[in-house]
Design a protein around this ligand. Structure first.
Ligand code: GAL
Length: 676
């Protein structure tokens, strides 16, 4: 990301909403002083500014924006300039109701809130295009504007992000016609003979709705693809309008585990990947599951393009939209900001710079509160991070994490998985994936998070949990990977359906490579539990358990109870130069960690540092391409200090102190080290 700014510094700043304060000029002046004090070097500007930028149709008011950008620039603060489609002005929704989304009950929204436009509406696209071109023409070459922030959290309002209006219904039908060409092919692909749902005319097809058709899994899957594609198309049009006058990099802030949008496809339209992270710190008996939640997402973001990303939003204290909104306790903002950098972020930004005075987010955390001063715990911690960022920037910029392990997470699989009535309801795909990632996090092993479409050849170990749907060509790619020396782990509930959600008939893909025959799956309960024996140790198993027959594979672990006693839970099969493992039942944390140790040994994967990590401590490593720079981030997520022993000699790049031997990590401490 070196190209997005002149200086090699980690971006540090916040969403800035000066349009809320235009009648308070003294506050706008004071903002600059406080930003400089906190070492803020970038702000995201104009995210929800449409009503000020275009107060009435066709009447643009960009002068105030120029004044603000100039003032920031003069003070060394760059701008990540937003296109304002995150929220629509009332004149637009009032004059052209078609721009409003229609919910899945078929009722069109009335104006209000945000993230609720119809992405198919030609009028919305036209008005957006005009606005974006104006912004680009005026500010696209301004030296203070370093990046474009396209819209805000696309799809963020609705549960499924979709609009069900007539324009969208028609566009869906057109999209299907292009995809299937004939209704016969569509009927086959969706298995419509089931319940007599055969389509005989394209006009009979509607979006899935609770009061209509939502039982054809192939149709549901295609609708989800269509919605994701349509929003992506809208985003592309936004970028196209910006590109008329500006070639500055574009980003669009993504969201946590956001199911409706296939970000893995979107990544190619964006120059810089960014996301908004709001973990539930301090809400569980320890912070590890939360740290893993955030770390998984950070890794996915950096894996999209295999380059650094930006943490575009995070709160310096609390949010206001959860059931319970606790503050980040002292030290946690520091640790979670450094965690992002540890996992590949080249920038950390907050929502929001200054607390709004009224309306929905007036009690949401901000760098500057209603008191308007720097004399708060939150401001001081923000400032501390800013100061330390300036100390580590030079070392960190130009590095990123590099991984020999990949975990597969795929949106199309996620969508199909959710629909698999009977089995999938008992588990949650995103939570399961975090459990699989957690093992690597606890062992301090770098892990990329990639989709089924990625190239596997740079990895030594690929773990593919719950990969229920195989996209065309995926199985062949995995076979090549293993043949060429890779180690692969497949799990229960994998390879069941093809890309239109039809079950594979006969032998399942990859069964031969795995050396097994997968017979049936059970969803156990508290009366029928089971345990596994793996290499002489006993581990409790979760509810999903498969009956699997070895067909050439070595049995590494078995069931201990019930009618499956003695049958395989873990198998290993030599295939070409590599090994294919299968895990037939839901493991607990310890079984996964022990299995990962075997997998890493088989694959020749090592941890970031050779030392034993205490519980709650992990280590990430960023390095440059030629391996000259190696930065280690040792993070303690425990609510108390811990001790550990470091075999090698390091220097703390923040304090300059030597670090070696038996060390103490304070509560929520993050040490940033280089080897001596
Ligand atoms: C984000 C959104 C921001 C702000 C924030 C509050 O989802 O992009 O505008 O509302 O949540 O946590």
């Amino acid at each position: 990301m070196g190209e997005i700014r002149e200086e090699n510094v980690l971006l540090y700043g916040a969403d800035y909403n000066p349009e809320q304060w235009l009648s308070y000029p003294e506050i706008l002046e004071e903002d600059i002083r406080l930003m400089k004090l906190a070492k803020v070097n970038t702000v995201s500007l104009g995210i929800f500014s449409w009503a000020v930028l275009e107060p009435e149709e066709g009447n643009y008011n960009l002068d105030y924006m120029e004044e603000i950008i100039n003032r920031l620039y003069k003070n060394g603060i760059s701008v990540n300039l937003a296109t304002p489609t995150g929220a629509m002005p009332n004149w637009l929704t009032h004059t052209y109701p078609e721009v409003l989304q229609t919910a899945e009950n078929g009722i069109r929204n009335i104006p209000g809130k945000r993230h609720n436009f119809c992405y198919t509406s030609p009028i919305m696209r036209e008005k957006m295009g005009k606005m974006n071109r104006k912004l680009s023409e005026r500010f696209g070459k301004h030296p203070g504007v370093i990046m474009w922030h396209i819209s805000n959290e696309y799809g963020g309002n609705f549960r499924d992000a979709s609009c069900h209006c007539e324009l969208c219904q028609e566009a869906f039908r057109e999209w299907l016609k292009e995809k299937y060409q004939t209704l016969d092919k569509l009927n086959q692909a969706w298995w419509t003979a089931f319940w007599s749902h055969t389509y005989t005319d394209w006009s009979q097809i509607h979006s899935p709705m609770p009061h209509g058709e939502d039982a054809l899994h192939g149709q549901n899957l295609d609708w989800r693809r269509f919605v994701s594609y349509k929003l992506q198309e809208f985003c592309r049009e936004e970028i196209k309008a910006i590109r008329v006058f500006s070639d500055k990099p574009v980003t669009a802030n993504m969201m946590r585990y956001f199911e409706p949008l296939d970000y893995d496809r979107w990544k190619d339209d964006l120059d810089v990947i960014s996301w908004d992270s709001y973990p539930d710190w301090h809400t569980m008996e320890d912070e590890v599951p939360i740290a893993v939640w955030a770390a998984f997402m950070h890794n996915q973001m950096r894996s999209f393009k295999k380059m650094p990303f930006i943490l575009m939003e995070s709160t310096p204290s609390l949010v206001n939209w959860k059931q319970e909104n606790n503050v980040k306790r002292p030290g946690m903002n520091y640790l979670s900001s450094m965690q992002a950098v540890a996992h590949g972020a080249d920038g950390v930004m907050y929502f929001q710079w200054r607390k709004s005075r009224g309306s929905f987010e007036k009690f949401h955390g901000a760098v500057v509160g209603h008191d308007g001063t720097e004399h708060t715990r939150v401001f001081k911690e923000v400032k501390q991070i800013g100061e330390d960022f300036t100390k580590i920037s030079e070392k960190v910029i130009g590095t990123c994490n590099s991984s020999k392990v990949a975990l597969i997470m795929d949106w199309e699989n996620w969508w199909a998985f959710k629909d698999a009535a009977g089995i999938s309801k008992s588990i949650n795909y995103e939570e399961e994936l975090q459990k699989y990632y957690r093992g690597f996090w606890e062992l301090g092993i770098e892990t990329d998070v990639i989709s089924m479409d990625h190239d596997l050849s740079s990895y030594k170990l690929v773990v593919a949990p719950l990969l229920y749907l195989y996209k065309p060509g995926y199985a062949e790619k995995v076979e090549d990977f293993v043949k060429n020396g890779g180690t692969y782990l497949a799990t229960y509930w994998s390879g069941q359906v093809n890309e239109t959600d039809l079950c594979f008939l006969g032998k399942k893909p990859l069964e031969e490579m795995l050396g097994i025959f997968i017979e049936e799956i059970d969803v156990g309960n508290e009366y029928f539990t089971n345990d596994a024996d793996y290499q002489g140790k006993t581990y409790p198993l979760g509810v999903l358990r498969e009956l699997v027959n070895p067909q050439g594979a070595e049995v590494r672990g078995t069931y201990l109870k019930d009618y499956v006693a003695g049958m395989p839970v873990i198998t290993k099969n030599a295939y070409g130069k590599g090994y294919a493992y299968y895990l037939a039942a839901q493991p607990d944390r310890e079984l996964l960690i022990d299995l990962y140790k075997e997998l890493c040994e088989t694959a020749g994967v090592t941890a970031n540092i050779p030392d034993v990590l205490p519980y709650g401590v992990t280590v990430s490593k960023r390095s440059d391409r030629d391996g000259k720079k190696e930065i280690y981030f040792l993070q303690n997520f425990n609510r108390q200090p811990v001790e550990m022993t470091l075999r090698d000699f390091y220097r703390d790049i923040v304090t300059g102190k030597d670090v070696n031997g038996c060390i103490k990590l304070d509560t929520y401490e993050c040490l940033i080290l280089e080897k001596q």
